[in-house]
Design a protein around this ligand. Structure first.
Ligand SMILES: Cc1cc2nc3c(=O)[nH]c(=O)nc-3n(C[C@H](O)[C@H](O)[C@H](O)COP(=O)(O)OP(=O)(O)OC[C@H]3O[C@@H](n4cnc5c(N)ncnc54)[C@H](O)[C@@H]3O)c2cc1C
Length: 483
């Protein structure tokens, strides 16, 4: 049994004295607003929502949660797509959104120290006057927080060249589930000692709540060139992606949209996309002007050789922005196809793109569910959007089954169940498909080192017999304890 007897009541008593009325939500109707993240198919009502206004308040909240053994979950903007910020119905949801100060900008060291609730794009806006930007750019960057990016080790369209969040976090401060405030990492990517910063980045909020983040900043590239090329078959587009990479080009981004995605994005944005093409690639090159010019000529040659029927080159920054608007609108645009969707985040070797996309197409036909494909093709990071109408009996179950089959398919071709959205609650039962029992035990021991009492974001990331309907075995020592 987690928690001391009456722990939640004692926490509430403590929190009433510490937090003002706006920072402590007990009212049921107000708590309802926090019952899910971007993965709306999973919902739970938090017993309490705490929205501290300062780091000191947040630290005191976590210390009290540790003292009273109350389970808790951190939440940034709630845009996560794997149920990572799904509340614990017996615990406290700690929202970091009000910790949104940029504490320090050091252009010379290309470093910024921020609070976890800073919105991703706001950091790039704040450092733009120094010719700098924060490279991780999830498509949700106008809303998601850097704390959430750290927890999910988020990627984005440009991670093919620039890497994931982990490559842009130098150090961080975290209040652990035992209430200790520690600084991990430093002001360079290689701090001395074991890389505990690297353990917390991507831990999906299971190692405590990140309270400060030292972010590495990049120089805005001298030149950028962006195009959209159209193909008559998904295979040809997939093949073009492999050839671009094997030719030695390192584009900043290689994004792919299939026909259904093109149609939905065009309806939503009126960007001028060719909706008759079977697939499109959005490719961006950046860097020194000379390098971009030379690379661009090679890129166009490769695309033409691989059967691009038309290439639309952005002629201005406005046109480039329009192309990205169309691409980044894809998830929202899926609403034009059906009232609901499940998005998967499997990764495959790039060379398997044609094979996997053909199988996904066959799955769409056999299930009768429309599937939009829009994804980071350069990284082989698929985002099939399995659309469905929850009002149709059995449609939700069918969509979940199709999504699960797609994940197994990714594993079969040598890929992974998640590229950037995390495991959360959504993919936890797929973990044993990807990792051996001893791998999972090692992960579990590492998690327990941060969270011996198992109160932090329990029921996420690592499978337990209770969660996945298995018989209790060696994993029963995982930090998620029975209730
Ligand atoms: C339209 C759309 C497009 C998206 N595109 C992308 C994309 O291109 N790439 C990508 O990687 N993701 C993408 N996402 C997913 C999501 O935006 C990212 O995972 C993002 O990093 C989540 O940030 P958040 O602030 O919303 O975190 P939340 O959803 O609030 O939380 C996510 C996880 O982080 C934990 N957490 C939050 N704050 C903290 C903290 N301070 N300390 C410790 N743990 C914390 C939570 O407990 C949870 O486990 C997209 C989502 C949407 C809705």
């Amino acid at each position: 049994m987690t928690g001391t007897v009456g722990g939640l009541d004692r926490f509430i008593e403590f929190a009433r004295a510490l937090l003002d009325k706006e920072s402590l939500i007990l009212d049921r109707s107000e708590r309802l607003a926090y019952s899910c993240d971007g993965l709306t198919s999973h919902r739970a009502l938090p017993a309490v929502v705490a929205i501290p206004k300062s780091r000191d308040e947040l630290v005191l909240v976590v210390k009290a949660l540790a003292r009273y053994g109350v389970p808790f979950v951190a939440r940034g903007a709630g845009t996560g797509l794997s149920g990572g910020a799904l509340p614990d119905a017996e615990g406290v949801l700690v929202v970091t959104a009000r910790l949104d100060s940029i504490i320090e900008i050091d252009p010379l060291s290309r470093l910024a120290v921020v609070e976890p609730g800073v919105v991703n794009l706001d950091l790039s806006k704040a450092v733009a006057e120094h010719g700098l930007y924060f490279a991780p750019d999830p498509s949700s960057q106008i809303a998601c927080t850097i704390g959430g990016n750290v927890a999910e080790n988020s990627g984005g369209a440009h991670c093919f060249k620039y890497g994931f969040t982990s490559n842009h976090i130098l150090g961080l401060e975290v209040v652990t589930p035992t209430g200790e405030l520690v600084w991990l990492g430093g002001e360079t990517l290689e701090a001395p000692g074991p890389d505990l910063r690297g353990v917390v980045v991507g831990a999906e909020g299971t190692a405590g709540i990140v309270t400060r983040i030292a972010c590495r900043l990049m120089a805005v590239p001298e030149a950028r060139k962006t195009l959209i090329s159209y193909f008559d078959s998904v295979d040809a587009a997939g093949d073009a992606v492999s050839t671009i990479v094997s030719s030695g080009l390192v584009p900043a981004a290689v994004e792919m949209m299939d026909n259904l995605a093109l149609k939905a994005c065009e309806l939503a944005t009126k960007a001028g996309l060719d909706t008759t093409a079977a697939a499109a690639l959005l490719v961006e090159l950046d860097g020194p002007s000379v390098e971009v010019e030379v690379g661009f000529a090679r890129l166009c040659t490769v695309l033409e050789e691989k059967g691009a029927r038309e290439i639309w080159v952005a002629q201005s920054e406005e046109e480039r922005a329009l192309m990205w608007l169309a691409r980044k609108a894809a998830f929202a645009a899926a609403g034009r196809v059906a009232p609901a969707y499940i998005v998967q985040d499997g990764v495959i070797p790039r060379t398997a793109l044609p094979e996997v996309l053909t199988e996904i197409e066959a799955l769409a036909k056999s299930s009768g569910l429309a599937i939009l494909n829009v994804f980071h093709a350069g990284d082989g990071n698929l985002h099939p959007l399995v659309t469905y109408d929850p009002a149709i009996v059995g449609a939700t179950e069918r969509a979940n089954e199709v999504a699960a089959v797609i994940l197994s398919l990714c594993l079969r071709v040598g890929g992974s169940i998640t590229g950037e959205h995390g495991v959360g609650v959504d993919k936890v039962c797929h973990m044993p498909e990807m990792f051996s029992t001893s791998d999972l035990e090692a992960f579990s021991r590492l998690r327990r080192a941060f969270d011996p009492e198992g109160i932090c974001n329990r029921d996420k990331l690592l499978p337990t017999p209770k969660l996945c309907g298995e018989r209790a075995g060696s994993l029963s020592g995982a930090p998620v304890v029975s209730r």
